[in-house]
Design a binder for this molecule. Structure first.
Ligand code: OSB
Ligand code: MG
Length: 379
């Protein structure tokens, strides 16, 4: 029996109130992917309250719909108008009960994930357990790699070598058309023994087979999301033509997507982002579907603040997270984080924050100074 099963009969947790803050954190360096450049990390921070406990989660929607369709404005307005009235003032004995409440509404996984993730944090705190033990996690530290944004070849080679020397267990290079095979070849030559991957964020089509064959010759761990964000079929065609594993990110929004992608051999590795798939229950189902087919998973990232980063670390403790995740040191992204604890990697391992829930606490003074607006929900 897992810790979670043991506690499903526990007393119900009453959601007294909830608020959402819009937070803007400057990024130390701009982060460029095939669809554009981020200069700052803007995100909604959801706080659920029960008695004197608080549960936290951050949303992974961006200001504009360039990763997936959801946006910050859209997800916060859905939260305000439709989702919050369905759970504020109600009690839930476990995340499954909360999930049932959100089930009637289609899609909008990023908005729903904020609620479910904050609830898990609150629930774990009410039981005085670290989130990972409720999830069924098995480790005290998790393997991580880095995701390097698009930059020129010499700068990328330097950064790749530097992070490899720091002990990061996999170097992921962002690519886009015109900035691919030559770049990866240069990095491969500089660090021949490194575990390398690329992420195209959906920038190619099946007309780009020359590039795909070029990448296929470079000994990559996998090619992440080469084709359209909403496609499975073309990825299956591509996988049949190359030997390197495809790893889907954007295309996997649900456990059903994972099952179909595996059944059709459209993917051989899956990047799980808890915010993209609607929360931990969906993440764990995808994790289990993959495990049953011997498909390894790893935990992706969206340049999260310490709150989202702590959530990602707890998720990564599940046993089929067999490849290094993207949750690298917070100090790579921000001069100062909104949490008090430091989330720093040592030789490629990120320690799991100890303590109840996600195990980190808000630095309220700093949070206040980077909050653009605060809204009490359901009032
Ligand atoms: O595709 O994984 C992605 C960042 C923004 C949008 C999409 C992605 C990413 C990353 C960054 O790769 C991972 C991280 O360092 O958090
Ligand atoms: Mg990706």
């Amino acid at each position: 029996m897992t810790e979670a099963q043991e506690h499903t009969g526990a007393e119900a947790l009453h959601i007294d109130s909830a608020s959402v803050r819009l937070v803007r954190l400057p990024l130390l360096t701009p982060f460029t992917i095939s669809s554009g450049t981020a200069y700052e990390k803007v995100f909604p921070l959801l706080i659920l309250r029960s008695g004197d406990l608080e549960g936290y989660a951050e949303g992974v929607a961006d200001p504009t719909p360039d990763y997936l369709e959801e946006t910050i404005t859209g997800s916060v307005s859905l939260l305000r108008e439709t989702l919050a009235p369905s759970f504020i003032g109600r009690s839930f004995r476990n995340p499954e009960e909360l999930e049932q409440t959100l089930l009637p509404w289609r899609g909008n996984q990023m908005a729903k994930a904020m609620i479910e993730m904050a609830f898990w944090d609150l629930w774990a705190k009410s039981l005085r357990l670290p989130l990972k033990s409720l999830l069924g996690g098995v480790s005290d530290a998790v393997d991580v790699g880095v995701s390097l944004g698009i930059d020129d070849i010499p700068a990328t080679v330097d950064k790749a070598r530097h992070h490899h020397e720091l002990g990061y267990k996999r170097i992921k290079l962002k690519i886009k058309p015109g900035h691919d095979v030559a770049l990866v070849t240069a990095v491969r030559t500089a660090i021949p023994d490194a575990a390398l991957s690329v992420d195209a964020n959906a920038a190619y089509t099946l007309a780009d087979m020359r590039v795909m064959h070029g990448l296929d010759a470079l000994g990559l761990e996998y090619i992440e999301q080469p084709l359209a964000h909403d496609d499975l079929f073309d990825h299956a065609v591509l996988q049949s033509r190359i030997k390197t594993a495809i790893c889907l990110d954007e295309s996997i929004r649900s456990p059903a997507d994972a099952r179909k992608a595996i059944q059709t051999d459209a993917t051989r590795v899956i990047n799980i982002k808890v915010g993209r798939v609607g929360g931990y229950l969906a993440s764990r189902r995808i994790h289990d579907i993959c495990a049953a087919s011997s498909v390894p998973v790893w935990c992706g990232g969206m340049l999260e603040s310490g709150i989202g980063r702590a959530h990602n670390i707890h998720l990564s403790t599940l046993s089929n997270f067999r490849k290094p995740g993207d949750t690298s040191s917070a100090s790579r992204y921000f001069k100062r984080d909104i949490i008090c604890e430091k989330l720093e990697v040592e030789t490629g391992r990120m320690p799991v924050p100890a303590g109840p829930g996600i195990g980190v606490s808000l630095d309220w003074d700093y949070l206040e100074s980077v909050t653009m607006s605060t809204e009490e929900l359901g009032t």
